[in-house]
Ligand binder design. Sequence first.
Ligand code: KIV
Length: 273
Amino acid sequence: MSTYTVTDTKKVTTKRIKDMMQAGEKIAMLTSYDYTMASLVDQAGIDIILVGDSASNVMQGNQTTIPITIDDMIVYGRTVARAAKRAMVIVDMPFGTYQGDPIEAQRNAVRIMRETGADGVKLEGGREMRGAIEMILRAGIPVMGHLGLTPQSINKFGTYATRATGEAEALRLMSDARVLEEVGCFAVVLEKIPALLAAKVTEAIHVPTIGIGAGPGTDGQVLVAHDMLGLNTAFKPKFLRLYNNLGEQIVDSVGNYISDVKRGDFPNENEQY
Ligand code: KIV
């Protein structure tokens, strides 16, 4: 039994996200990449579903988020948008689709919106993304920013360790957050940074911050659904809370099915015509 009761069926919008922040109501976001998972997550009452480029790891078995393409993201995004009745759906812009020419960034964001039916896009980076964000916003597309550990830059960082632990990087992150606010992002993800810094950024800017591995001081939280449900047992970072062990349950259930088939116990007389 869930301990949360959904109180309304009204579609979540950027305005509602801002209202939640202003009312002090925490924003709950989870990833989904397919219709079935998104339907369940939406039914549970999640505020935002992120079609994250973590699909590269979770759905495609890649080591990083670099290989996933815009065509892949559009397929995942479309199935999720079809499922989400209440939740706002945000699709990650994949690596290489927005870091260059802002006009191309806008073209790619327009394509994602048109071909998926999502409610907005997310992209990684700070001040260097200003031009791209401005152009995407000019097309009327809501943009969620993403600072701290930005996995598309893993080859530059060389590590998935906590970001902005030193003063210079923390100051830069704070000023990037202000740039994202000023340029018009409706929310900013803060990934794997010290809790104190995340709380300071949240205090300093007037758009919602959504943390992952960034402590309790942000306006909302996001996790990868496959991780928190225990479907992806290989990934157990300190910040992850496990809400289930679905991976184990699936292996057990499949094992039971195999032994029923092997023993000739499935199907029985009630399971045939
Ligand atoms: O791709 C993703 O799932 C993300 C979240 C971890 C924030 O960007």
